[in-house]
Each structure stands twice: as structure tokens, then as C-alpha cells.
Design a binder for this molecule. Sequence first.
Ligand code: ADP
Ligand code: MG
Length: 359
Amino acid sequence: MADIVFRNVTKRYGDTLAVDDASFTVNDNEFFCFFGPPLSGKSTILRLVLGLETPDIGEILIGGRPVNTVSPAERNVAMVFQNLALFPHMSARDNVRFPLVERRIAEAEIEKRVADVAAKLHIGHILHKPPAQLSGGERQRVAIARALVRDPNAYLMDDPISALDARLREETRVELKRIQRELGKTLIYVTHDQEEAMSVADRIAILENGSIRQIGAPAEIYDRPASTYVARLLGSPMMNILKSVRGAEGMEAAEGTIRIADKAAPADAVEIGLRPEDIKVRPWLDRDGTSDGRAGRPARVFEVEPLGGYTVVTLAAGQARLRALLRGQPDIRPDAMVAISCEPGRVHYFGQSGGALAR
Ligand code: ADP
Ligand code: MG
């Protein structure tokens, strides 16, 4: 068992609170992702797991064993380094062997472990090649093999693919997810890319200034963000968040430019959140602008971004700007009038301090 537990862990650097009272459990075999903006404490958490830093307060357990005073070597957690750099002058095989040769493991044992890990990662047929002759995905597998050949309890990755170009990143993250599932080992993964976090993780922990703001499965956090902070971090285009007031018929946001006919709207909501894909955009029927508003409130199309499979439409509704995500390539032009609306069930409500409110 290699579950990893933090109990109220705090770590300071001088006056900087790098990790603030963090509590979480990474389950055995889980692909667990820390996601947050730069300087939110992601790397510090990894260093605390590795044992390169010690908590000022709180306790860390690996596989049920308290490890605050256990050395990094004894924790047996492997870091797969930032750029997955392989030694270019060595074959893939020698790269994988390296950590064992360095530890003076007997040759027969090295061969056995390399064969095991190569079989698990499906790289037996490329071990003779130098890194320059491997594809991005193959290099990834070899770098992971090199980390896993030590047979660690868990492995950690700190933004491992941020240096790759967009296409290679997409390919590599699919690969990573597949590898982790096949290996069945605990993986803690750090990224500052929301799409990457959503796509790879079993669960995500969202960080802000060293504090964990929410932990959950990607879809759970996306559908029920605990605050406007979390809501803004996940999803592209970002959730539309608008000042709102409660009226007799429901919520009015952005000075009446959107109305949500929701009698169940919480009385203390001060903002509403609308995911771009939840905004309905219909033609504004009456040319003279005297539509009865049944299709929604009027908005003017500010700009249209056709992205092939879907289209992002930026709308000017009164003083507010909203972004809607539409399927395909609808016939919508800049400056056209449209009617916008949103199902009450799709609306997110937030209170004074930015916390989500239940309907
Ligand atoms: P992230 O990986 O999310 O970018 P870090 O864990 O690197 O965040 O940093 C969290 C906070 O701790 C930041 O404010 C950073 O400046 C500070 N910090 C990190 N490492 C050190 C260090 N060795 N000395 C001083 N401050 C540090
Ligand atoms: Mg970092």
C-alpha cells in the first residue's frame, strides 16, 4: 500500500506560507493531480512527499507509516524530472539501468528489473536505440522506466510536459494516463494547465496560495466548483461570472441583461456563474427590437471565433461581456442581435465571499 496522507501540514519559507494547513489522502494506485497557478505551493508539496523538505507543523504518512523523520532514500518515492531528460549519449537501456548501476546492484538483478519494467512499459523493442531516435511518447516511457526500475512506492511528476509543444503535450498526456493505469502505481502529478489536469487525473486538488481549495474528480469540480476561484480555474472559455440581484421572478444579472427565472435561487447570492456551453443563443426575431423576450434577453454579438468543431461567441449584454460556446459553425455575425438565456438548473450561485451556494 502506498497511499500518501498529509495531516494539517504547514511549511513556511521565512515569511512565505508555501503550504498552509494542507490535509489530503492520495489513494494507492491513484493518479492524483495538484493544480494551481505559479507559486501556489505545488512543488513544495512534492518536496515534502519526497522528504527534501520537512513540515513545520503536521504529519506526512506513506503507506500508513509516519515519515516526517524518514530520509528521502528510505521513503522510496521516485521523482520523474521536469523535462524527462534522458542522457543523450546512452542507449535507452543504459538510461533505464542507470539508477541501479549507480546503486551498485548486482548485474543479474539489474537485468531482471530492466526486463520487468520494459515489459510493463512496452519498451523492450526500443531499448537499443539512443533517445534521439525515439518519439516523444517513447522517450516518456523510457524516462518513467528509469524512475520505476527502483520499484518505488509512488512516483511524482512536477509539470513534466510543460516544455513540449501543444500537439506533443496532448499525445504525451494520453500516453501518461495509459501508463499509469497499466502500472497501477500511485502517481502525484503537478500541472498549471487546466486542460491537462482535467484530462489525466482521477482526482484533482486545487491550490491557492498554499491552501487546498477543493479536492474531487475532474467532472465533480467542474460541475460543482466550491468557489468563484475554483470556477474560474477550470474550463475554457472561463465560466462567465456576473454580479446579480434577486428579484421577484428570480435572478437578474449584469443589470438585467440576463434573467434567470429561478424561484429557488438562494437569497444571499451576489454573483451567478454561467458556463459558456450552458448559454443558449437564438436569433432575435423582431427587427425593431421589440421582441417579447420569450427566447431570452437581447445581446449584441461582439466577436465570433470559429474553431472548427465549435464556435466561441463573445456577447455584449448591457455593460457585461459574456462568452458562449456553440457547437459547429452557426451562422452568427458580429453586431447581430441575439437572444440569450440559460436553464436555471445550469446556473451556479455564489455568495459574498465567493463561496458556492446551493439552490
Ligand atoms: P509552485 O510550484 O506552485 O509554483 P512553490 O511550491 O514553488 O509553488 O512555491 C510556493 C511558495 O513558496 C512561493 O511563494 C515561493 O516563492 C516560495 N518558495 C518555494 N521554495 C522556496 C525556497 N526554497 N525558499 C524560499 N521561498 C520558497
Ligand atoms: Mg513549481
